[in-house]
Design a protein around this ligand. Structure first.
Ligand SMILES: Nc1nc2c(c(=O)[nH]1)N[C@H]1C(S)=C(S)[C@@H](COP(=O)(O)O)O[C@H]1N2
Ligand SMILES: [Mo]
Length: 492
């Protein structure tokens, strides 16, 4: 295991030294993500939520350490098998590196170097043991001393590699370019009456820092805005390539839009609301001219993730944006800098491509996007839902008048009303906050006359067409969760 740790640290350190975009360990992690079947990915996200990334990296590291233990065992008795396993690991790592969209020979070199270090450390540690029959105690002492030295060296090189990696040139260039952008700043003001200011409730406007993050990238792509391009091809009259400046020159439109992840469970927090600034997608599609028969926009991110969006939703006049700003600032890197899509009313996996660099106007019949290949629905309209934020689920409150509050959403249709009920009793109307458009969530609040005892509170939203959210419980797979949100409270 020590040899495997040294091997990983060596290949990570080398990657940092060579200023590689991705180390072999990260490439292997990305391949694991790409190869994980949909239902398993879904089960993992449900259990670990947004901790999925550290978990993916940790599993790869642990797997390599365990395989190192196997190699070490075999080294003494089945040398050939040990070599074969090391070679297999190197080949798999190299394959992971080479199948990434930005494969590099240096990445393969880093993987091979890792293999050499693994063998070298095993040789250092175990060669003296092979002829240790004469003086077993001396041999054990040598082993422990060598192992300690290697452990220290591994820690030092690991720390240095980490420090190097965090100062990557590319990260600095992109952070500097982002900081230097002077996008005509509009002050962000929460519309009057939208935030009901209920103690303990999440703000109506989600800050960039608190905004949920979901994507398949172990490291967010680092794109210099001056190098960013969007290539538009497919069933269009005129192909077009746009630069960041081209978008700025068109002028930015602001829109309040709540975006939501299909993996958001009922009561979940994979949803956020902010003001986005960008160029209407429709204006660009009008410019390139959509050919008859097309019904989908296939968008691809710089790191190769794909997304299929119904053209209808992009051209029916709603605020579908190619967004450059989030909450009045250039997009944060993890949220898609320099440019991403935002489409009201569709779950993120079919609409919200971050780090977008390619558009192909096409037909749903002719492709399958990343999550559709893994069993999620082809189109993902956001389902009407509500959430109870106050009181806290499992909390205790004093008997008397208790504030109940939460949010509700029916993006691009609008919320007409929210009700809550206690222990399956009659529905009681809640008061709604203001909403600047039908594309955001609304806050709701109500007074509850709470009697001592244990109670269950449920809520339901009704959309602007008069349709209440369904009580039918559905899982997030394949196209979004439904059911009433429900909390338990103790009234003392
Ligand atoms: N490039 C890229 N864009 C992506 C994704 C991704 O994995 N890669 N995930 C999508 C999903 S599933 C969601 S819910 C939203 C989340 O956007 P956020 O992280 O800014 O909240 O981004 C979408 N855009
Ligand atoms: Mo998502």
């Amino acid at each position: 295991m020590l040899a495997a740790a040294a091997s990983m640290v060596a290949s990570e350190g080398l990657s940092a030294l060579l200023d590689l975009r991705e180390s072999p360990v990260v490439s292997v992690g990305q391949s694991v993500i790409a190869l994980t079947p949909g239902p398993i990915a879904h089960a993992i996200i449900e259990v670990v939520g947004t901790k999925d990334k550290p978990l993916a990296v940790a599993s790869v590291v642990v797997a390599i350490l365990l395989l190192g233990a196997v190699v070490g065992r075999w080294w003494l008795t089945r040398r050939l098998a040990a070599f074969a396993l090391v070679s297999l690991l190197v080949v798999l790592a190299a394959a992971a590196v080479l199948t990434r969209p930005y494969a590099s020979p240096q990445g393969v070199f880093a993987a091979v170097a890792g293999g050499f270090v693994l063998v070298a450390v095993l040789q250092l540690l175990l060669a003296p043991r092979a002829n240790a029959h004469a003086a077993p105690d001396a041999s054990r002492r040598t082993f422990i001393r060598t192992a300690a030295l290697i452990a220290v060296a591994t820690a030092v090189v690991g720390g240095a590699g980490q420090a190097l990696a965090s100062r990557r040139r590319r990260r600095q260039t992109v952070e500097r370019a982002r900081a230097a952008l002077r996008i005509p700043a509009r002050p962000v003001e929460v519309p009057a009456g939208a935030d009901l200011q209920v103690a303990g409730q999440q703000p109506w406007l989600t800050s960039n820092r608190d905004f949920y993050r979901i994507d398949t990238a172990l490291q967010a792509p680092l794109i210099d805005p001056s190098e960013w391009r969007l290539r538009i091809t497919g069933m269009v009259d005129r192909e077009l390539t746009l630069s960041y400046q081209d978008l700025l020159d068109r002028g930015l439109t602001d829109a309040w839009i709540t975006i939501c992840c299909v993996s958001n469970v009922v009561g979940g927090e994979l949803i956020g609301n902010t003001v986005w600034g960008g160029v209407p997608i429709k204006s660009i599609l009008d410019e390139v001219g959509i050919r008859p028969g097309a019904d989908a926009l296939l968008s691809t991110s710089e790191d190769g993730w794909t997304c299929g969006t119904p053209l209808d939703a992009l051209t029916d006049g709603r605020d579908a944006l190619l967004a450059l700003t989030m909450n009045g600032e250039p997009l944060p890197v993890p949220h898609g800098f320099p440019v991403r899509q935002v489409v009201p009313g569709l779950y993120g996996y079919v609409s919200a491509t971050k780090w977008v660099t390619e558009w192909k106007v096409t037909r749903f019949d002719d492709f399958e996007a990343f999550w559709t290949q893994r069993g999620w629905g082809e189109r993902g309209p956001i389902k009407t839902e509500s959430r109870i934020d106050v009181p806290r689920d499992g909390g205790t409150v004093d008997a008397g008048t208790v504030t109940v509050a939460g949010v509700a959403w029916a993006q691009h249709t609008g919320v007409e009303g929210v009700e809550f009920r206690v222990d399956g009793g009659p529905w009681q109307k809640a008061r709604l906050g203001a909403a600047p458009s039908v594309d955001t969530w609304v806050q709701w609040t109500a007074d509850w006359d709470a009697e001592p005892g244990d109670h269950a509170i449920e809520a339901r939203a009704t959309d602007a067409t008069g349709k209440p959210q369904t009580d039918a419980v559905a899982d997030v797979l394949p196209d979004g969760a439904t059911g009433y949100p429900r909390i338990s409270v103790r009234v003392s």
